[in-house]
Ligand binder design. Sequence first.
Ligand SMILES: [Cu+2]
Length: 475
Amino acid sequence: MDKGRRNFLKSLVLLGATGLLTGRKAIAQNTPSKRRISSSQATIRPPEGFVPVITPDVPKLPYTLENGIKVFHLIAEPVRQEFIPGRVFDIWGYNGHVPGPTIEVMEGDRVRFLFHNKLPEATTIHWHGLEVPLEMDGVPAISQPLVKPGEMFTYEFTLHQNGTFFYHSHMAMQEMMGLIGLFIIHPKKPYQPPVHKDFGLILQEFAVLPNNTIPNSLSMEFNWLTINGKAGPATTPMIVKLGERVRIRMVNLGMNHHPMHIHGNTFYVTGTEGGRIPESAWYPGNTVLVGVAQARDIEFDAKYPGDWLLHCHLPHHMMNNMVSMVGPIAHAGSGMPTGMGMEEGMGIIRQGNALDEDLGPALGRGTGMVTREKPTSHLVGVQSTEPHQGHGTPTENGNKKRVPGFPQDMFMLMDEAVAKPETYGLRPGWSGGIQGMMTLVRVLPPDMYEKVMAMMKERQTKQPPQQPAPLHRDH
Ligand SMILES: [Cu+2]
């Protein structure tokens, strides 16, 4: 058994024990199905060559085994989560995380989900892409009754598919609050050619008005774009050893499609939300459109050493907190209520004359630390003693020329605030080049790879994984 698989099995045991402890209260409230499972339906063991999926910044959902059934506890609840250092948002997730913890199972498994609703309103869970009996499909009022606050519902089915799937609330606005998670089903026989690294990423978008923490789920525009619940540069790079074969699974459930682009490498699209694509139909690219409700798997051989960007190529999805043309409201300090009318949307809240330069573009696009605006005439044409804040690229001092369109840059350095083993050895100032829906695939030569992996292992043994504190743990 190789090391990766041994570690995976070890982690299952540990996670299983955790699940048992945290799930005790839930078990008492629930009446699980008494159905007996024959030995032919017993849990499927991972095959030789099995590679577990890695979901940076997102934990796996633990389970316990009961008569060969994998039993999971899934809790929908409010979550406080930091997308980037200093910016904590009030969103909704599962088991204290956004996106929810990754469900990782085997084709042929029988699974049971004891679903607890700790939200203040009714919800259900839909298993996206899974062929399950209608009564397990999770559509409120169509396939099942609503799961009211404080209630539970048991979902149980057998998995006959394999591939990249996801689970999510089937209440549209709840989806926009963050309620989604990965559901990875490994095949009984590993896909060919085998990969060394298998990553899973969830792409999400949130509209949070300046000085607020609560997303406006009605907005059609978005200013926080995340990968696995983090905005660049707080996204955690994917660490790969030079020469390894890599799979990256990407899932999208928002209002926008995301053309995901990788630098310096050519990949093949090898899977969709419908499962594995036959090799004869794989197609090459370096950008794959991960449309709403879609999953896309890509694979490539990591032949080129380097720190390669993987990012959505929509320009506005490579920013944090962009809030163009926000009027005085930006520095009101007390925040704006969410749920405003659609016409107010994101960033078109103004007072008075729309063309008054005192109500010019807000300068907080960097990481949103600054939402105070200044008259645009302060930016150019005068000897500026106060360069636009939060921005790191040098500006020509004493530039007497008024340059229409200035400023555009949002270069913001925060290397130290987001430092972790996975960022070790990046070029100083690297964090300025990564914002919004951006992350890195770091293809490291063997010596550097071993060093980073050792640092990651040390972190694992030294600190428990960081968990955002749910707001209402005691419900
Ligand atoms: Cu995008």
